[in-house]
Design a protein around this ligand. Structure first.
Ligand code: MN3
Length: 200
């Protein structure tokens, strides 16, 4: 396979004021595009050309760091755009997901605090995650382009805490960005869809 930049699933200004059109133009058109371009160059002659994106991420880990970084970030961003929507976020979790958040994570308020804390305490660039591991929800954080796939878990929600994701709108205030993401941007229906496929 070769990597391709997907279109955003909404207009550039759809997430305003929580994430500006300017941020999305740079983040999608420049940063994600660079992972696609560099990833395709590094995929050539890697021996992984015929694999799925998930397989490329897992199999390049530890053996081909350049490809791993770009393939990981391509995977992460494909989902990141879909993890947000206009009018998203807040406590309106679909039923099965809400039940799992209650039983595995101690409820929505604790999920929110722990997810934001994972993002705020990721030193430098990286991601915070809600993932399914061994059938249960877990909060995780990873550096750079890494994601839960290489830890035997299925990511169902992730927030990009690289500075390019928030510096235009929030400057250095990463916790404010994380709070806006949780309160006003999360596409819970897409999270539920990934939860269903990770647990079925
Ligand atoms: Mn990014």
């Amino acid at each position: 396979m070769s990597f391709e930049l997907p279109d955003l699933p909404y207009a550039y200004d759809a997430l305003d004021p929580y994430m500006s059109a300017e941020t999305l133009e740079f983040h999608h058109d420049k940063h994600h595009q660079a992972y696609v371009t560099n990833g395709n160059n590094l995929l050539k002659d890697s021996g992984l050309e015929g694999k799925s994106l998930e397989e490329i991420v897992v199999e390049s880990h530890g053996s081909n760091p350049g490809l791993f970084n770009n393939a990981g970030q391509h995977y992460n961003h494909i989902h990141f755009w879909k993890w947000m929507k206009s009018g998203g976020g807040g406590t309106s979790l679909p039923g099965k997901l809400k039940a799992a958040v209650d039983s595995d994570l101690g409820g929505y308020d604790k999920f929110k605090a722990d997810f934001m804390n994972a993002g705020a305490t990721q030193f430098g660039s990286g991601w915070c995650w809600l993932a399914v591991k061994d059938g249960k929800l877990e909060i995780m954080k990873t550096p750079n382009g890494e994601n839960p796939l290489i830890h035997g878990a299925a990511p169902i929600l992730g927030c990009d805490v690289w500075e390019h994701s928030y510096y235009i709108d929030y400057r250095n205030a990463r916790p404010k960005y994380l709070e806006a993401f949780v309160d006003s941007l999360i596409n819970w229906e897409y999270v539920e869809e990934l939860f269903e496929s990770a647990t079925s």
